[in-house]
Every structure is written in structure tokens, then in C-alpha cells.
Design a protein. Structure first.
Lengths: 500, 840
């Protein structure tokens, strides 16, 4: 990866003093991932260019041979990225680290030989031929322009033999401006990794201090400071699991559990609770009305509903299940399970379970919630879900919510025929939902009431559909799911085993 | 001589010093004996600490329970003099449906005291021993009442020393009978239909002077098995009894009782039994029979054993079925289950008790054949089948031929008795389509004919998410391709993988002949295609195309179009008839790679190329300028120039696997293994057969199918090996991914030592590997480092997944229940969560 910096301040070769690197020599520095070279492709009185070239060793980048046993990965994830990646070519935090290592004093604005020049703004041109710019080329302008740079970010095509593929995520970046060299270097030190948005190292606890130090004087008033801060600290996972969890929890809390389209209630009342919140309220009301005290939240995700249930003392046992172990870990953190007093914690259980499999642990509860869950199951697998929930777990009350497909026309930006979330396998019209409810009640011996959540639209109905199922007494009717089989002879008392 | 059942809970009863431990040591293995002293020591470090007794017995009962669940004879060495202590043991035995047996050791008190005094660690006084002796006396009369089925009393040292243990089989244990069997469903007095069925099965009827059938001689080697309910409702219960009793007496049949026989017996013994459900008819018919015959009937029914375990434990016959925990056990509830089944406590709209569908939860390995609940058609549910097809209600009388699994029926002459509840066919949703989390979740040991696999809980958890969220319907997910190990690392200059190593690997395993198949660079596609586009044995739909992790390949509607093309080609090639099948399972590669992986190519591979192709020329230009200023950058420039060339080569590699497609236009399928068809796994066919069939599909639709180029190599023939190597070099130089070397004998090939072989070893091209190991992997330093790669894990994983796959194909061919098939396929997916170097 490469970065060049040119000045036309005269004498331009003073750049060598500011950087403490003689223009007529090749300087090399060992880095953890390779070697940094500093060379001057041009150096005369009028114009001087310094090039920082980092020669990345792919072996060292990949961490050598085998890292021993890592965590099991999902069978579908792309794992080759560790070995085949753009890190040797694109500007990134690797380059920023090299910058800090090689130009340490210049970055601090110190110069023994040219202190006044170090304090003065001089004409500068910076070029980064390949910079990964996540979020589009214009983000480069948004972060650099407010700092006094003229920004040119030319997108690089993805593959010249496949013009139809369009541009890659890389830009060829040129910055021109008159700035203090130290400021310029600090801008690059912070903002190149921010645009790249993937740090090569585990962020240490001093990372916040580093950011504030490098951003001194310009970050606080930067219009994009929140983006910059978020991206710079995006990898706080290793900093503290706790901090990362809070971040992730917040993210989950902001979003409705399943819907990526911002579902709004008519749109004109921003102070009103979100649809997700209203959905939760409606489900809680249905549960309260059922009189249940031992409840299941099936497909609990990050645990938004569980948190509400945990806060209500009428629920003596609360079980959240999800097929995703990660979601359960998030839910555990959101609920603060490891900090709860024992008596509180004993009320709450989190289990991995899949709704298309019967699970004996789920039997015998008062109520179950399937909140925005059924639409994530392939239609061909729905009978299995129905059997597992209504046939096998068989709680007295089941609360189901699911999107109302008819309402989708009210969402701007949602193309006709598209679903609200990419993982939705279907979205039902009111008639389709009613049909499904009928099938379930008939097959599994439940009665149901159907309603809506969110503002009822006279034409297309409420955005979310709700059904509350209750078991019907079974002594008079069969449980047809139990593959009704009849013993033709009424059993008399069981005879004693003959002991043969 | 002391007779005890093979599986029992044996309680030794005797005072301290009566010689219980010595007796236990002499007659039982140390692991069979649970001693209260040992357990006191285990929980309290002191075998005499009486304050630990409660905890010690808690632990002892727990261990005893586990042993009995696992079917192990268990002996409890404790004084067992107190009724409450014995009650605990009887309870444990009953919980596991085994017989409690007591062996009492009664020695003179003086001798016991002498022995006790001789032990330094026994500190109690004579009065305690005297109290024990009193307890023992009192116990005598109580043991049988407390539930001990056998009580053996050994009086005096001589009797104790002379005692021998003899094990007796349970009556239900007839594992030595291996059949073949003809298992006949509920007859209910339909003598005419029974005669017809037996004739149909090839039995020769013998009649008495009155012309009544009194025996039926089976065809060579076969035995008839009656599942009970011979009587009631029908026109000639005595006739049926006469025939069946004759067959049983002649050794031509065995019989288990039905609930109707049980009720009849109670009536014959004068109990107050209501004459309902057809018993009135039987009683009326029996009135015409001589009293001796009626007495014989009573004796016959009284002698019937509730269920049989047959054929080495592979077959269980009981009137109402039997769950796994009860098989081969003896207790009141076992007998009750065998006769009546399990009811939910509910009644249906006809006032009949609702039966709990135990078969749906059945996970046992033994086939269970039963009757009791009439249905129009017998249906297999989890390796169980009910053969009561309601003959007396106008249905038919059915027999199951075992082990053939063939059903033979004769229709009822008429409706002899009006059913209370109409006969129904089972619900359209097959009950065994129900999967249980227990079948897949948690740490599990999956046993299969090719070995045992342990699935760690975290791998199962990862697979559960993929399986339940993304995979195709489990009914259609019959097999997943195993991962494939590369050949041993090559030392040929500039190569990480080279054919010489692949050949050497198989030669070392004793393989004589291999086939080298071109490795298509596309996406793995498993195609299950049904002859009927609207449905086959797997459920509605004409087939499925899925990826190596079980996801739908393209999704609708493209997958259906693809299936149409495959179906048409299979039809044109005449394979339906040739393989006598209505479905076919094919292992294929779908081309080009970009058809499925376009996003991955653009996001991952092309991006890296774009960055490299933009960065390195800029670096070279900068260095050229620096060189122009006389700076010593020559070596650095040379290295960067090489990098640039490597990135170009890398770009050429991924570009070779990109081709325009639109829908299915531009897409082709390269089948290379015909995995299975109806009733058959083809894993044991050689690759010549598989590739020949693949060629015929290609010939049928050359526009859609891509043939697999190959070379067959005899590993003793050096020139053939050289030819194949040249072929590989040419193939990979032209942009090919490489080749897969397989034992010619086929997927299920075994080594000379009889162990499973790697089903294939991949040997990937030098250029192709740039997109795996990075553009510059061919650099000498990198290559040296990469040559230290370790293949052990990958090979182990490949073999484990391969074995599971073979087992899955066998299970599919044998019509195994869904949970079993799913368990195997799920385990393959769980294996894929195992962390291995993804570059291998």
C-alpha cells in the first residue's frame, strides 16, 4: 500500500527536515506485518514528494501457520478472507500504524530543525492510490473537506474485463490544501482507517485516548464526528465484552426485532411509540389477559420482549428460545442474567431450540408468544412448527404476530412484491393469515381471535396482524394431531404381570 | 441352585457378618455389585460412617437405576433388613421394569458375631447384631409381599457355600428365533379370511375329521406370529383359536395375547366382565364347543407371554406395540402397555379412549410390529408398523413378511361387525415427519454402520441454526457431500499440490486402480429428482436441488426449471426403468461458478484484484521515479513487479470461472455420481458405472449437461501415471481447477485392510490455488511456509463425513424413518462447523 505527500513550499526539501527523513536515502522500518519504506520520488527546491510504501508480508498478516483451534464457524461463512484479501494493497489501519511509527515526531508537530515551519500551514498534496471507502466515495469528501482539504476521490472499477460490474469499493484519493503538516498527518492517521472501517489489530483500552489525542483541535467540531468516532471504535469487542454488548444491545433495541423497513404508524406522529413497541405492548396485554404466569417467548431474538416480561412479577417463569446462539447470548446480556440476584435469575431461562423440531422442554407452559417469527419459516415447514408448538408444546394460550402484507403499500421505498425483511419467507394478507389460523385451530384443537396492531388503515388494515389462540377443552373432542387411535376395548384394571 | 433372571435387581439380605460381600464376590463381577459400604466411603470417606447412610443409599439407588436402564444385572450388597430399605430397591426395580430378587443369607448369630468381632472397623455391640437377627426373622414373611418376585433363602454356611447361580431367560426373550416370520394382524374370529391368508402365504392347512383346520404348515423355515385379538366380534372365534392353538402346539407359530383374549380369560374364569365389544358373540360360539376345548382355550391364553423380542433383538411383537424402554422387560405396566397401549386419558367423539401415539416418539432400533388399532392401510412410523387392517369391520386381514417388509392381505368376506368409529386412513401428514430436538441437539454420539461419530454440542448448535433457518425440508435432505481432503503436499518445485502425491497417497493405501476426474470449478449441487413432477415418496413436489450445506440452490422458480431439465434427460436416457425407480439422487457440480457465487466473486475475489491492480502500478511508478533520482530501490522494485504479475495471474484465475448466465441460460450441470435410487444406494458401484450414466445424461441433453473428462490409471503403470500428470498439467494450464482422484471401485471402496478409503483426493492446479492461498503463494518463502500445512484434521473430517454420507444413503435405501435419516445428514452439517483450515 502506498501514500505520497507532496509540498511546494520553498524550499520544498525542508519536508525532509520536518519528517526527519533524508530525501536522498531509502529508509526502511520493520513492522509487525512487513516492512515500511520511505523514499522520495522527487525532491528539489520547488517540489518535494515523500512516499510511504508498506510491503505487507501475507504470511505474517495471516498470523503464520494455523492458529490452533478457533471457534467453530457456521458452515456457510466465507473464511478464506483471512488469506485472500486486499490488505497488502489498500490503505488501512496498517498504513496509519506505519505512519505513526515512521513519522512520530512530525505527527506531534515537533521539529528540532524547523520548529517554525512545523507550526506553519504549507501547501500540501496527499495521494492514496487505493483506499477502501466504505459507504461510498462521497464519504471521503464529507470527512476531509471540513478540515480544509480539496478532495478528489475517483472510484476504481471492479474489473476492467467486466465493465458491467461497475465500480469497486476503492477510490483513488487526492487531497490538496494548505495545512500544518502535523494536522495533515493526524487527519490521515485517524481518517484512513475510518474510511476503510476495518482495523487490523484488536483495539486496546487506550484507543479512546489515542483518538482524542490525534483528533485534538479538529474532531470535536467535525460535522461527521459521530461517524468517525463510531468507526474508529467499531472494534471494541476485545476492549471489553461488556462495552460491545451494550453497543449491540442498543442496536437491537433500536431496531424492531425482525423488520428492516422502518415501519411507521402513518408517519405523521414521530413522538408516538414505534410499531415494535406497540407490538410488544399488544402482546403483553394479550398475555396478561390470558392469566398466564409461566410463559414462552419462542424466537426471542435479542430479548426485547423478555426484558418486559422479566419486569412483571406476575410471570413466575419466563423461557426465551431462539435458534441462534448469538441471539441468546445477546438476550442474556440485555437481561443482565449474570448480575441478577438468584431468585430473579431462576425465573428466566434461555434455551436454544428450533421451532420445526419438537422440544419436550417446552411442554406444560401457560402461554407462548410467536412474535414476528412464523414469517421466517419456509411455508413447507409451517406444519412442523404447528405440530411442535400447538401439538407438542401445547400451551393454553399462543400469541402470534406477523406482518400484514396488504399494509406494505403504505411503506415508501418498499417495492411492490418485496418483503419487509430479506429473511421473510412470506408475508400474509389478512385473508391468508385468517386461513392459517383456521387451519391451526381445526387441526390442533384451539380457538382463536384475530386482530391488528398499529393504526388500522380502512383500506389495507393495520401493519401487524395478531392472533390469540386458546386451547379448547379436549375431553369432548379429539386431539386430531395425536393421530387419534382408539382402543376398541375399554381398558379395565391392568392385570398383574404374570412374571414369566 | 439359585435361578435369577438375566436382568434383575438382586438384593442380598443378611445380618452383618453373614458373608454377603464374600458371596457377592464369588458369584458376581465387581462392577455388578453395589455395596452400601462402598457408597458410604464414596460420599463420606468412611465406609462405617452411619450418618452418611442416607446420602450413600441415595447415590446407590441412582447408580442402580442407571445400570438397570442400561439393562445390566445389579446386585445390592447391604444388610437390607429394614422394610424401608428394601422398599427403595423394589421401587428402583419397578421404575425400570425389572424383577426384584432377594437372596437371604442366614447364618447362626454366633458365627456372625465371631466374624464381626474379627473386623477392627466394626465397633457395634452384640445387642445390635441381635436386633439385626430379629429384623431378619421378621423379613422372611414380608419379602414376597414387598414385591420381590423370587426369594431364595440360604440357611447355614454349607448351603451358602454350595450355592450356584443359574441365569434364566425372561419368557419374552426369544432372540434365538430368527425367522423369517409372517406376522398376522388382528383376526377377531374371521376364520375364513385367516385360512385364505395362510394359503396366500404358502402355508399348508391340516384339517381334523370334521374338516376344521387344526394346523397350518409353513413354507420352509418360516414361522407365523399372531399379534393377538384372535377372538370376539367375528363369526368363528373358536375356529380361529383351534387353528392358532394347533399351530402354536406344533411349533409352527407363536402368539402374543391381545386385550380381547385377556378379557375372555377373565370371563372364562368367572369374573364379572361385561359382554361388550363382541365378547357376547364369542361366548355364544364357545357354548357349542365341548368343555375340554374351552378349558384348553383358557390354558392357552393363560400361557401367553405379553410380548416377544425376536431375531437377535431386531424385532419386537406386541399386541398394542411397545416402547423401547419396555422391550425385553417384565412388569405390570409393561404387560399393560403391550396389551392396551398408552392412553392419553381423553376420549374421542365416539366415546373411545384416545391412544397416545407412542410410535411417533419411537427411536428404538428394533422393528415393532403390532395390531390393536385398525386402519385401512398399515403405515410405517419410525420403524414400527400396525398390521390391524380391520378385517372384522369389512377391511382386510394383513400379514407382514419379515424380514422382507412385504405386506400380504386378503379382503374381508363381508363387514362382520359394524365399527363404532369409521376406519380411516392415517392423516396425510406422515407422523414420522415429526422431528424432535433430541434427535439432533446437544452433544451426541451418532452410531451408524460405518462407525460412531461424536458431535460436540457447539457444533450441533451451529448446525441447528443453519439447518432450521436455511436448509431445504428435512424430508428432501437425504445426503450432504463430504468435505474433500487435498493430496499430500507436493515437493515438486513451484507446486503445492501435484498428481504424483495423489497417486502416492492411494498407492500407500493399497489401491490398485484410480480414476482421475476433472474437477469442475462451479458450485456443488445435489439433485434429488422425482419422475413425477408433482410428487414422489418424499412429499409434494418434483424434487430438490441443494448446495453442499443443504440450502436451496437458486430457489424458485429456477430450481424447478432445472429439475425439469434433469427429469427430461433421465427419461430420455431410460434410467427410470433401468434402475426401476421413481426418483434419483445425483451428485453434481453446477457451472459456471459465477452462476451461484457471482456475489462472492465480486465482493471478495474481484475486489482484491481491483485493489492490487490499482495499487501496484502506482508503487512501480513511484519507485521508477525514485530510481531515476539514483536511489537504490532496484531490489524493492523487482519484488513489487513480481507482486504485480502475481495479481494479474490471480485475476486471470478467478476470471476463468466467470461466464454470463441469465436464468438457466448459460448454466450447465456436471453429474458425476448417481448416489441412490428407489431402494438402492449405488455407493458400491464403480466409477465407470457412475460416469457412464452421467455420460448418458449428457448425451440426452448436451446443451445442459457437461461431461466429466477423466483418465483411469493403474497405479502399477508408470506411463499411465505420467500420461495422467500431463493431462492434469494441460487441464490446469487452460484454467481448469484441477482433478479429483478416486478409487475406481467406487465411493464405498475399502482399503485392503478393510477400512473406508478417502472417497476422493483433490489435486488442484497451480494457478487455481492463487484464489485460495493468495496471489503470491507461489513465492519461494511462502511456498516453504505453506508446505508445512497439516492435513490430518481435514482428512479425518473428510472420512467421518463420508462415512455418515454412506450411512445416510443406506438409510434412504432401506426406508429408514425420517428422524434417523435426518440425524445422519445433520451430523454431516455439524461436522462442517469443525474448525479446519479453509484453504484445504
Amino acid at each position: 500500500m502506498l501514500l505520497t505527500l507532496t509540498t511546494t513550499h520553498r524550499p520544498a526539501t525542508d519536508l525532509g527536515y520536518l519528517l526527519v527523513k533524508h530525501p536522498d536515502r531509502v529508509h526502511s522500518f520493520e513492522l509487525p506485518v512487513g516492512v515500511a519504506h520511505v523514499v522520495y520520488p522527487e525532491a528539489d527546491e520547488r517540489r518535494c514528494t515523500v512516499a510511504l510504501l508498506v510491503d505487507v508480508d501475507p504470511l505474517r498478516l495471516a498470523g503464520g501457520r494455523g492458529r490452533g483451534r478457533s471457534q467453530p464457524s457456521a458452515p456457510d461463512s466465507f473464511t478464506l478472507g483471512q488469506y485472500v484479501n486486499d490488505r497488502p494493497y489498500a490503505a488501512s489501519s496498517l498504513l496509519a500504524s506505519a505512519l505513526a511509527r515512521v513519522f512520530r515526531s512530525a505527527l506531534r508537530g515537533e521539529s528540532r530543525d524547523r520548529p517554525e515551519l512545523a507550526a506553519a500551514a504549507i501547501p500540501l498534496e496527499v495521494r492514496v492510490p487505493v483506499l477502501r471507502c466504505r459507504g461510498g466515495a462521497d464519504l471521503a469528501a464529507r470527512v476531509f473537506a471540513p478540515l480544509g482539504w480539496a478532495v478528489a476521490a475517483d472510484p476504481i472499477p471492479l474489473d476492467e474485463t467486466h465493465p458491467d460490474w461497475g465500480d469497486s469499493r476503492y477510490v483513488d484519493l487526492t487531497l490538496t490544501g494548505t495545512l500544518r503538516l502535523a494536522d495533515a498527518l493526524n487527519h490521515l492517521y485517524v481518517l484512513l482507517p475510518v474510511l476503510d472501517d476495518a482495523k487490523h489489530y484488536w483495539v486496546a483500552p487506550d484507543e479512546i485516548d489515542k483518538l482524542l489525542r490525534a483528533g485534538a483541535g479538529w474532531l470535536a467540531g467535525h460535522p461527521e464526528r459521530s461517524t468517525i468516532t463510531r468507526r474508529y471504535l467499531a472494534h471494541r469487542r476485545a476492549l471489553a465484552g461488556e462495552a460491545m454488548a451494550r453497543l449491540a444491545e442498543q442496536r437491537l433495541a433500536e431496531e424492531p426485532p425482525a423488520d428492516s423497513v422502518a415501519e411507521a404508524d402513518g408517519g405523521e406522529a414521530p413522538h408516538r411509540p414505534s410499531l415494535a413497541a406497540r407490538r410488544r405492548e399488544a402482546v403483553l396485554a394479550a398475555l396478561a389477559a390470558s392469566g398466564a404466569s409461566r410463559v414462552l417467548d419462542l424466537g426471542c431474538g435479542g430479548g426485547a420482549l423478555l426484558a418486559a416480561l422479566a419486569g412483571d412479577r406476575r410471570y413466575t417463569e419466563i423461557v426465551g428460545t431462539d435458534v441462534s446462539a448469538r441471539a441468546l447470548a445477546l438476550a442474556a446480556r440485555r437481561l443482565g442474567l449474570d448480575r441478577l440476584p438468584e431468585r430473579q435469575r431462576d425465573r428466566i431461562r434461555l434455551w436454544q431450540s428450533a421451532l420445526t423440531y419438537r422440544d419436550d422442554r417446552l411442554r406444560g407452559y401457560d402461554a407462548a408468544v410467536l412474535m414476528e417469527v412464523v414469517e421466517h419459516v419456509d411455508p413447507s415447514r409451517l406444519p412442523a412448527l404447528e405440530d411442535a408448538v400447538f401439538g407438542h408444546a401445547r400451551p393454553a394460550t399462543v400469541v402470534v404476530t406477523t406482518p400484514n402484507a396488504e399494509h406494505n403499500v403504505r411503506y415508501e421505498g418498499l417495492e411492490a412484491g418485496r418483503f419487509r425483511h430479506p429473511d421473510h419467507r412470506f408475508e400474509w394478507t389478512r385473508a391468508e393469515f385468517a386461513g392459517w389460523v383456521d387451519r391451526v385451530t381445526a387441526t390442533h384443537g384451539y380457538a382463536a381471535t384475530i386482530g391488528g396492531i398499529g393504526d388500522d388503515d380502512p383500506e389495507v388494515g393495520a401493519p401487524t396482524q395478531l392472533a390469540v389462540f386458546t386451547t379448547t377443552p379436549t375431553n369432548a373432542t379429539t386431539r386430531p394431531n395425536a393421530t387419534t387411535q382408539t382402543n376398541a376395548t375399554t381398558q379395565t384394571t391392568a392385570p398383574k404381570e404374570a412374571g414369566r | 441352585m439359585i435361578d435369577i433372571p438375566e436382568l434383575a435387581l438382586v438384593a442380598l439380605v443378611g445380618v452383618s457378618g453373614s458373608g454377603k460381600s464374600t458371596f457377592a464376590r464369588r458369584h458376581f463381577a465387581p462392577s455388578q455389585v453395589l455395596s452400601s459400604d462402598t457408597f458410604r466411603a464414596l460420599v463420606a470417606d468412611d465406609e462405617n460412617d452411619q450418618s452418611a447412610s442416607a446420602d450413600a443409599f441415595d447415590a446407590l439407588h441412582h447408580v442402580a437405576g442407571i445400570r438397570l436402564r442400561r439393562g445390566r444385572l445389579t446386585v445390592v450388597d447391604a444388610t437390607n433388613l429394614q422394610p424401608h430399605a428394601r422398599a427403595g430397591l423394589v421401587r428402583v426395580a419397578r421404575e425400570h421394569d425389572v424383577l426384584p430378587v432377594a437372596i437371604v443369607l442366614d447364618v447362626p448369630e454366633a458365627l456372625a458375631w465371631e466374624r464381626t468381632e474379627a473386623r477392627a472397623d466394626r465397633t457395634f455391640g452384640r445387642p445390635v447384631l441381635a436386633r439385626m437377627q430379629r429384623d431378619l426373622r421378621r423379613s422372611y414373611g414380608q419379602l414376597a409381599r414387598e414385591g420381590f418376585r423370587k426369594v431364595h433363602v440360604l440357611r447355614g454356611v454349607e448351603e451358602i457355600d454350595a450355592a450356584e447361580i443359574r441365569y434364566e431367560k425372561l419368557f419374552n426373550d426369544r432372540r434365538e428365533l430368527t425367522g423369517p416370520f409372517d406376522i398376522v394382524g388382528d383376526i377377531h374370529g374371521c376364520r375364513e379370511e385367516l385360512e385364505a391368508l395362510l394359503l396366500r402365504l404358502g402355508y399348508g392347512l391340516r384339517r381334523d375329521d370334521a374338516g376344521r383346520p387344526v394346523d397350518a404348515v409353513p413354507p420352509a423355515g418360516r414361522t407365523a406370529v399372531f399379534v393377538g385379538d384372535l377372538v370376539d366380534r367375528g363369526p368363528d372365534s373358536p375356529g380361529v383359536l383351534r387353528l392358532v392353538m394347533g399351530m402354536v402346539a406344533a411349533g409352527h407359530a407363536i402368539c402374543v395375547p391381545g386385550n380381547h383374549e385377556q378379557k375372555l380369560l377373565r370371563k372364562l374364569r368367572g369374573r364379572d366382565v361385561r359382554l361388550t365389544h363382541g365378547l357376547a358373540e364369542t361366548m355364544a360360539q364357545l357354548e357349542a364347543e365341548p368343555a375340554e376345548f374351552v378349558a384348553e382355550v383358557a390354558a392357552f391364553v393363560d400361557g401367553l407371554v405379553s410380548h416377544f423380542v425376536l431375531d437377535g433383538g431386531r424385532l419386537v411383537v406386541a399386541h398394542a406395540g411397545l416402547k423401547e424402554e419396555y422391550q425385553g422387560r417384565a412388569s405390570g405396566r409393561v404387560r399393560s402397555f403391550a396389551l392396551y397401549g398408552e392412553t392419553t386419558g381423553e376420549t374421542d367423539e365416539y366415546g373411545m379412549p384416545v391412544r397416545y401415539p407412542w410410535a411417533r416418539d419411537y427411536r428404538g432400533s428394533a422393528m415393532v410390529v403390532y395390531g390393536h388399532t385398525p386402519a385401512l392401510e398399515p403405515e410405517w412410523v419410525n420403524n414400527t408398523v400396525c398390521v390391524d387392517t380391520g378385517c372384522v369391520f369389512g377391511g382386510k386381514l394383513t400379514a407382514l413378511r419379515y424380514p422382507e417388509r412385504e405386506l400380504v392381505s386378503v379382503g374381508a368376506v363381508k363387514e362382520w361387525y359394524a365399527p363404532v368409529r369409521p376406519l380411516v386412513t392415517p392423516a396425510p401428514a406422515r407422523p414420522d415427519a415429526v422431528l424432535d430436538l433430541r434427535d439432533v441437539a446437544g452433544r451426541r454420539h451418532v452410531e451408524h454402520p460405518y462407525g460412531t461419530l461424536t458431535v460436540p454440542a457447539e457444533n450441533a448448535a451451529a448446525a441447528l441454526e443453519v439447518m432450521s433457518r436455511f436448509a431445504v425440508d428435512p424430508r428432501w435432505l437425504t445426503w450432504l457431500p463430504p468435505t474433500m481432503a487435498p493430496c499430500s503436499t507436493s515437493t515438486v518445485d513451484g507446486f503445492l499440490e501435484h498428481p504424483a502425491q495423489a497417486f502416492a497417497d492411494y498407492r500407500a493405501a493399497g489401491v490398485e486402480r484410480v480414476v482421475c476426474e476433472e474437477k469442475h470449478m462451479g458450485s456443488r449441487a445435489v439433485v434429488l429428482v422425482c419422475r413425477d413432477p408433482d410428487g414422489g415418496p418424499f412429499g409434494p413436489g418434483g424434487g430438490v436441488v441443494h448446495t453442499r450445506t443443504g440450502r436451496p440452490f437458486f430457489g424458485p422458480p429456477l430450481d424447478d426449471e432445472l429439475l425439469d431439465r434433469v427429469r427430461a434427460a433421465v427419461t430420455a436416457a431410460g434410467l427410470w426403468a433401468e434402475l426401476d425407480t421413481d426418483w434419483l439422487l445425483l451428485d453434481c457440480e453446477l457451472l459456471p461458478w459465477s452462476a451461484k457465487a457471482g456475489g462472492l466473486i465480486r465482493e471478495q475475489y474481484a475486489s482484491v484484484g481491483a485493489a492490487g491492480r490499482a495499487a501496484l502500478p502506482a508503487v512501480l511508478a513511484t519507485l521508477d521515479e525514485a530510481a531515476g533520482r539514483g536511489l537504490p530501490v532496484g531490489e524493492l522494485r523487482e519484488r513489487m513487479a513480481a507482486r504485480s504479475a502475481e495479481v494479474e495471474a490471480y485475476s486471470a484465475s478467478y476470471r476463468a470461472y466467470v461466464a454470463p448466465t441469465d436464468g438457466l441460460r448459460g448454466v450447465t450441470l456436471a453429474p458425476f455420481v448417481v448416489l441412490a435410487s428407489a431402494g438402492a444406494s449405488h455407493a458400491d458401484r464403480d466409477h465407470g458405472w457412475h460416469l457412464d450414466l452421467a455420460d448418458r445424461l449428457c448425451a440426452a441433453d448436451p446443451g445442459f449437461f457437461t461431461p466429466t473428462r477423466r483418465r483411469v490409471v493403474d497405479l502399477a503403470d508408470a506411463s499411465a501415471e505420467a500420461d495422467a500428470t500431463d493431462w492434469w498439467l494441460a487441464l490446469t494450464a487452460g484454467g481448469g481447477e484441477g482433478m479429483v482422484v478416486k478409487p475406481y471401485a467406487g465411493p464405498a471402496a475399502r482399503s485392503s485392510r478393510g477400512s473406508l478409503l478417502q472417497p476422493g483426493i483433490k489435486c488442484r492446479g497451480r494457478e487455481y490455488l492463487r484464489i485460495i492461498y493468495g496471489p503470491g503463494y507461489t513465492g519461494p518463502e511462502q511456498l516453504t511456509a505453506l508446505r508445512r500445512r497439516s492435513l490430518g484434521r481435514k482428512r479425518g473430517l473428510a472420512l467421518r463425513e463420508h462415512a455418515l454420507g454412506l450411512a445416510a444413503l443406506d438409510a434412504l435405501a432401506a426406508g429408514a424413518p425420517l428422524w434417523r435419516r435426518h440425524e445422519l445428514v445433520f451430523a454431516v452439517l455439524a461436522c462442517e462447523s469443525e474448525p479446519v483450515d479453509p484453504r484445504l
